[in-house]
Design a protein around this ligand. Structure first.
Ligand code: AHM
Ligand code: MG
Length: 334
């Protein structure tokens, strides 16, 4: 029976055998992410107090200014994963290239690669609005013991063995899946322990919330314009409510709990959309599907897409199954 007081550590141990390749390695990896999450949480929480706000001055590969906390979160996650020697490679939104770990040591046996967006929605940091960390885990495809290659990272989302996010919100939560449903853990900051607070999370089949940056409306494809008008129409259970935080993790999290759809379509300004396939869309798509939701690029399943670049972008429609399906109908009709 579900105990409200089960900790993430206990949960990981209890569910270790559910992993397809149960060597304990993936459990250690989730443990390392848990640790890094606590460190980053600590930094995010004190952001308003100390001089770590603002722009670090560097520009990342997407041409965006890096916030200092992005840099910090990136460092913390990479350091934690490196120090524990449990992965063979890491790719991050904040790094131009992937990082190979233990590439000098021919005896290393680590089988997993991790892709992360260390601090997503970072434009929200300096206004005290929720941000998140997103992670995605794959088994490498090249032989164990050799340096990782780009091929290990450019896998379709359906190959993911684990994915999740940390939301630094009114409370901090770690939500993840290893392909056996989605579970959410809330941090008790007083003692630094995550507790299973949201077992078996599920998107409601349909919902009443649509989340999209409507400021870009004029640039959207006709199908998206039509779908937005549909959401706003007075008919049946509509009009829907519009809610957009501008922080994917937070918008996704709310929609999973309440029922809704998140859209970041392509536009005439950004032909491939904005969000990154490998460390934003794929992990969220894996979570969505594991929670009875759906994720698509407007036409096809996100997790079927064969990536060709580390920082590839893709249009993203994600949320309650029926709502995503309806949006897809508008896309194909147009
Ligand atoms: P980031 O990785 O630079 O933070 O960008 C990703 C974020 C998402 O969290 C959010 O949903 C989206 O960008 C908001 O974009 P916009 O401001 O164009 O609406
Ligand atoms: Mg991001």
């Amino acid at each position: 029976m579900f105990s409200k007081h089960k900790t993430l550590g206990e949960f990981i141990i209890e569910n270790q055998t559910e992993f397809r390749y149960s060597t304990g390695e993936l459990s250690k990896l989730i443990n390392a992410i848990r640790l890094a999450a606590k460190v980053v949480n600590h930094e995010v929480n004190k952001a308003g107090l100390v001089d770590i706000l603002g722009t670090a001055g560097d520009t990342n590969i997407q041409g965006e200014n890096q916030q200092k906390l992005d840099v910090l979160a990136n460092e913390k996650f990479i350091q934690t994963l490196k120090n524990r020697e449990i992965v063979c490679g890491i790719a991050s939104e904040e790094e131009d290239d992937f990082i190979s770990i233990n590439s000098q040591d021919e005896n290393h046996q680590n089988k997993y690669v991790v892709l992360i967006d260390p601090l997503d929605g970072s434009s929200n940091i300096d206004v005290n609005v929720s941000v998140g960390t997103i992670f995605s885990v794959y088994r490498r495809v090249t032989p164990v013991g050799t340096p990782v290659t780009l091929e290990d990272f450019l896998q379709p989302g359906k190959n993911q063995v684990a994915a999740g996010y940390i939301i630094y919100g009114t409370s901090t939560m770690l939500v993840y899946t290893t392909g056996h449903g989605v579970n959410g853990f809330t941090l008790n900051p007083a003692i630094g322990t995550f507790y299973l607070s949201h077992p078996n999370m599920q998107f409601p089949e349909t919902g009443k919330i649509y989340s999209v940056n409507e400021g870009n409306y004029i640039h959207f494809p006709q199908g998206v314009k039509d779908y937005i008008k549909y959401c706003q129409k007075e008919e049946g259970d509509r009009p829907y409510t519009s809610r957009y935080i501008g922080s994917l993790v937070s918008d996704f999290h709310r929609n999973m709990i309440k029922g809704g759809i998140y859209l970041y379509p392509k536009s005439s300004k950004a032909q491939k959309g904005k969000l990154r396939l490998l460390y934003e869309c794929n992990p969220m798509a894996f979570l969505a599907e594991q929670a009875n939701g759906k994720a698509s690029d407007g036409f096809k399943r996100i997790m079927e897409i064969q990536p060709t670049e580390l920082h590839e972008r893709v249009p993203f429609f994600c949320g309650s199954k029926k709502m995503v399906e309806r949006a897809e109908e508008f896309m194909s009709d147009s």
